[in-house]
Design a protein around this ligand. Sequence first.
Ligand code: NAI
Length: 485
Amino acid sequence: MKTKIAVAKGDGIGPEIMASVLRIFEAANVQLDYEYVEMGKSYFDAGHSTGMTAAAKETIERLGLLFKGPMETPKGKGVKSINVTARKVWNTYANQRDFRSLNGVDTVFSKAGIPINLTIVRENIEDTYGGIEHLLTNDVAVGRRMITRPGSAQVIRYAFEMARRKGYAKLACGHKANIMKLTDGMFLETFYEIAKEYPDIEASDIIVDDLCMKLVSRPELFQAIVLTNLQGDIVSDLCAGLVGGLGFAPSANIGDNISIFEAVHGTAPDIAGRGIANPTALLLSGILMLRYLGFSTAAADIENALLYTLEQGVHTGDFGDKSTAAANTESFADAVIANLGQVPAKGAVVAQPDAAITINHDKPSINKLTITSPNTTQEMVGVDVFVESGKQPQELAEIAKGKETDLFKLVMISNRGTQVWPTGSIFTELVNEYRIRFEKKDGAEVTQKDLLNIAAELSDDLKVCSVEFLMKFDGKIGYTLAQGQ
Ligand code: NAI
């Protein structure tokens, strides 16, 4: 019996490259059935605010797997990217991108004889991609970077499982926990917690800037790397550059119920409709999808035919030897089809029959909510009140001191995260947003209302921009100190 998946052709070059890829699937006798769904720019234009019809949403949620071409998000209409929305709404929490040197695609590494074969797994929902941003004063914009324990655990567990499926010996965690101690610190802590369940895989961690340097100098050090969303976004494009650019970068967005396979590149409006686009990235994404579905023999056959074709020097206009004639999208696909059954001289792929993942087709009746440690004790110890002010630190401290009570004392004022009161440097430059920190006095018992009252009191004299509680969790402080505190 054939497996049914949802297919969205996409915009721009999407329909052209999708047709070629599905033609290659058919020639390789891939046992898939397709239900085409209405998604993309024209559906935004027709008034669907999410860029897809209700029927498309229903089909994707029912089938659990979407193979999609690139889609254009209309600019300046206040609508959110359909690509990002789809990943978030359906909780495709892991973005997997496989990077390998491809025969016939020249890069500095291929010329130096250094083969590249690595996988980046990027968290796909959280981090700054929550898009929670506020303008606090005319000069100060802030964004919330949200890292959660359940979200980190999901993607990290996926990365370990993937490493095991691929037979990798090691998995690295890229992070910046030396600076972002609570957010990246939580991601890193979760990584080592979960690593205990995978003793067969060597777990290590690396600071993301060092990682970037090593990826461009010694990429062979790594097999798989898991990262938070924004860092993973940047590092995965860096890796695309290592293997020849975005035209060769497949991508899988994996969730427990719904997964989305797509190329990393966009709709290429400059060449759309001309039949010259390179279908390789979408084909590689399709190959990832076939493996995910357990069609590993077809995946290996197609990948070998593609590698053989590239090895023969067949190329579209965007890459390869410019002194030889470029194939168009159709003739490139024809060459891959004609080469089914061929094996490349370099980097041939062997089918791994145990790669399948089962799609969970159960439709939940309520939204899944995860709380990892419901019995953690919490204690309120103070409050950071963020205020708008053009005053000097000492003047501000005098106002704040006037708000001290039996319960609270003023402990610190910072500007852009650097302490400016009680001590600081005259050379610290200021902007018109300060953080004023009050902590409870020894032995005092304080409530949320007491803490909010401080902000209310300050609002008599200053514009309060926002308020954050200072908490201890199981006795450990859950906030960072200011630079210089
Ligand atoms: P783009 O990736 O579409 O194009 C950048 C350059 O690469 C262009 O010169 C284009 O001709 C070339 N290119 C891209 N894919 C190619 C292919 N398969 N074969 C040959 N040449 C190729 O990026 P751009 O111009 O920034 O974005 C265009 C549109 O695509 C935007 O509306 C954007 O929102 C959307 N987009 C959609 C994505 C998705 O659906 N996942 C991802 C990225 C962008």
